[in-house]
Design a protein around this ligand. Sequence first.
Ligand code: ATP
Length: 659
Amino acid sequence: MTRRAASADTRETDDGSGAVRRLALPARRFLARRSGVLVRLALWSLAETGQAFLVGYGVAQAVDQGFLAGDTRRGLLWLTVALVAVLLGAPVIRGVFAQLAGLTEPLRDGLVRHAVDRSLGPAAAGGPGGTDRAAVSRLTNQVEIARDSFAGLVLTLRSFVFTAAGALLGLLSLHPSLLVVVLPPLSLGLGLFLVTLRPMAAAQRRALAADEALGDHAARSRAALRDLTACGTGPAAARRGAELIEGAAAAARVLAGWAAVRTAALGVAGHLPVLALLLAVPWLRGRGVTAGALLGAFTYLVQSLLPALHTLMTALGAAGSRLLVVLDRIIGPERPQPRPERPRAAEQERAGEPEGAGEPGSVRAPAATRPEPALAAAPRPAPGAGGAAVTARATAAIPGPGDDAPNLGGRPADRARTAAVELRSVTLSYGVRAEPVLDSLDLCVAPGEHLAVVGPSGIGKSTLTRLIAGTLAPSGGEVRVDGREVTGRPPAELAALRVLMPQEAYVFSGTLSDNLTYLRPGASRADLDAAVDALGLWPLVERLGGLDAPLRPAELSHGERQLLALTRAWMSPAPLLLLDEATCHLDPAAEARAEEALARRPGTLLVVAHRLSSAVRADRVLVLDGTDAVCGTHDEVLDRSPLYRDLTGHWQGGPARRR
Ligand SMILES: Nc1ncnc2c1ncn2[C@@H]1O[C@H](COP(=O)(O)OP(=O)(O)OP(=O)(O)O)[C@@H](O)[C@H]1O
């Protein structure tokens, strides 16, 4: 079971005594307001006491005073009395049901009102956490469970009390010794059963929590379907769903196990009194108990007491614990809404979860238009798999350009301002025992700066962009964008801070204009024209039939998709753009034009570069390698980083030189 589900379990696995305390007062108030219904119910139930009494008593008298005394007519008369008592059960039950509605329907209405108030309140207040996805389950499934369980419980509890009273009274009237034999095993059975109630309630809680977690996941996946598809994170979400289904199945199995134990206890307890009575026949006969009284006692046991006990135990065990749990979930203390999953990588590894990068589409709608926080991120390969997890250590502080400005890199005019990006001693490992991909990395990027990140494949460039974007939580240290820590920040707030563009551009069906204004829905036609101008998109716009022409993503080349997504990023109001090889399918000229346009745009640009020209265009270059990280201007890093010299040599097919 995942860490989140496990913590939910810890929260939920109290044995029910807390819930009983919490619910006692509202329950008393609810019943006090319906004292009239309770009295009428008790009156109808008294008829059951009489009925239970007469059945056994009639049989005993029929035998003793009738058939054994040679008076068949009298015997038949007493049997008729017992029969009439049985037949009277039907109108009695009808009367009971009529009164029961006076309790169950107000309960249902009250619970529905409460569930609606509770889920609408926070939504109307616009507070954090967004919509309460468990509310639907509470409103439909859980309220119905509460109502049915309550009805079942009232019926059986009442029936047991009144039937048992009639039967015990009957036993007493036949012979007090009968009570001495019957009461101990009965009490033992009841006691044994009561012992199983607490673990049963805990199992019930876990089953409900697992059910809700599964419903929550399904709702989140449905809402984020497009982004999941766009980012290829569908398999991760499916795996998480499978885990939750497995968790729910496991909880249901535990519950079924307890139900089986309880049923076994019931079987034993239900038969013990009969056995005891059979074994005690000689002793009872010695004390003057007549054959008719014995037969009457068996009738009480088999016809009244044991069925009532059996139903009571079943109802208390299943309906009672279910009612307790469900009522506590609906009217008990409010539980915090689950935050978008963003656990630290090391914890995720321990919990076996996909990493909690909650940003399914790297290009996202602005906060106001974004429908839902997203789910899981890309599937995590096994640590070290395929050599891809070779770790690198990017150590030591990376000063800005100029030693006099250790805290803020970038252009001198920007130094007094808040850093656009700041990493303080950031470490990231993808597994508990895995070597860190980034180790104690410090970095400052000034507002308006253009930084290129370079390094060999698998060194951690994408990891760095995802950390800055806040879709991946560091194992240690702090990541700030525009002065605000990004870890754990809701996707809506992250979207206002940055745009992360991956290699695979996200283009959807709709018009070209829909696609371009996705990150800025209120954009004017002039804004749109300016963006298309800046990125040189007009030839593509014309080929596709204009800005309002419908777009078929499948008909675009990878390069065209990237150009379109870059134009969309240009339009975004977010102050930071993170391009993770987002221009790799463009030819060098188109890439240069796009990068220059994005660098001219007010804001900060961080580019994972895959061409020398891209690094040269930047204000500074950050070189990540296996043991160190170097940052400075192109010329500075050429001097200081042998790796950079190597890379530039490969890029230009010869010795490194400034273009
Ligand atoms: N989700 C993950 N789970 C486990 N390891 C991962 C995960 N993502 C990346 N890694 C590992 O972390 C290291 C850095 O990966 P990253 O994608 O950041 O490198 P990169 O420099 O961007 O590579 P490339 O240039 O090939 O895209 C690699 O060894 C990779 O295998």
